[in-house]
Design a protein around this ligand. Structure first.
Ligand SMILES: Nc1ncnc2c1ncn2[C@@H]1O[C@H](COP(=O)(O)OP(=O)(O)OP(=O)(O)O)[C@@H](O)[C@H]1O
Length: 294
């Protein structure tokens, strides 16, 4: 089966920043979450995936076809993709209805009825101007625009940022509906890791331009854990060689520490007196990025 997105060894250098050897794939039927600190390189990767910037090294394939910025074949590929970048891209003077006209002119597969239904669902009045929309409303308009031409792939950069919890739940529901129809896929960057707990199949974390982990979401939320150790207990765990040296991630605090464990059930069997909680994606990312190795 051809991957919707396939990025191999992507490299891009800016003054003071380098994206290095980023490889990832979005398979049909999967939602891939892209996380990492501010400035880690997520938007740069998404832009390279869309051919909006050229890479220094590596290749990007969309639907199996290599992406080269400026190539005419890129337009046909882009027609199969819905994109939401982190700002509302339409002129402030445009009304919601006029944004629909832009879509009709831009996409052969534009579905006016679908756009009208989505803007109604998001309570975006047709006469409202883009400049009069709140940030969250602007994101909803951009999402309606991205979905109304029936894309096969969604690329979302912080698409739920600025939305209140109810609106975020609405958007997640819309994304679930999108995924329910056929072999589609979503590649979404976000700082709201709890959204990924609800919708992602895979989680990829970038730090300083490099992939630091790429895991099925269930390997984090259903298997990993955070052990709450006192100092003496930590020493016992480390002495028992329960964790491989490169997997040790410790966050120390007043009377002990939090220890990341890849398999919380095995840990609980081995150390029944040490409490261990299920890891959230945020725990996993924070301990991986900021935890001490010993
Ligand atoms: N056009 C550009 N020219 C120079 N540097 C750039 C350019 N675009 C991005 N950068 C730099 O690349 C680095 C990565 O930025 P990027 O926007 O990809 O990070 P991010 O992971 O999306 O961050 P955030 O979570 O804050 O949105 C940053 O140091 C940024 O300053």
């Amino acid at each position: 089966m051809t991957n919707l997105i396939e990025i191999d060894n992507l490299g891009k250098r800016y003054d003071g920043f380098a994206l290095a050897d980023v490889s990832l794939a979005v398979e049909p039927g999967s939602v891939v979450g892209f996380i990492g600190s501010n400035g880690a390189g997520k938007t740069t990767t998404l832009k390279a995936a869309l051919g909006l910037i050229g890479a220094d090294t590596g290749t990007v394939r969309l639907f199996g076809e290599e992406v080269r910025p400026g190539a005419s074949a890129l337009d046909a590929l882009k027609a199969r993709i819905g994109v939401v970048l982190d700002t509302c891209a339409f002129p402030g003077t445009c009304t919601v209805k006029a944004v629909g006209s832009i879509g009709r002119a831009a996409y052969a597969s534009w579905d006016s009825a679908r756009f009208a239904a989505l803007t109604e669902r998001f309570e975006l009045a047709p006469k409202k101007k883009v400049s009069e929309l709140s940030r969250g409303m602007g994101m909803k308009l951009t999402l309606a625009f991205a979905l109304a031409h029936h894309p096969e792939l969604l690329i979302l950069d912080e698409a739920t940022a600025g939305l209140d919890p109810l609106a975020r739940e609405d958007v997640l529901e819309l994304l679930r509906e999108f995924m329910a129809e056929g072999e589609r896929g979503i590649f979404m960057s976000t700082h709201i890791t709890s959204d990924l707990e609800k919708i992602a199949d895979e989680v990829i974390c970038l730090d300083a331009g490099r992939v630091v982990f790429s895991l099925p979401k269930d390997a984090i939320t259903d298997e990993a854990g955070v052990a709450r150790c006192r100092t003496a207990e930590l020493e016992a765990v480390l002495a028992a060689d329960f964790l491989s040296a490169d997997a040790i991630r410790i966050e120390r605090h007043g009377f002990g520490c939090n220890l990341l464990v890849p398999d919380r059930f095995a840990f609980a069997r081995a150390f029944p007196d040490i409490p261990v909680d299920a890891a959230t994606i945020e725990d996993y990312m924070t301990l991986t990025l900021k935890g001490e190795s010993r």
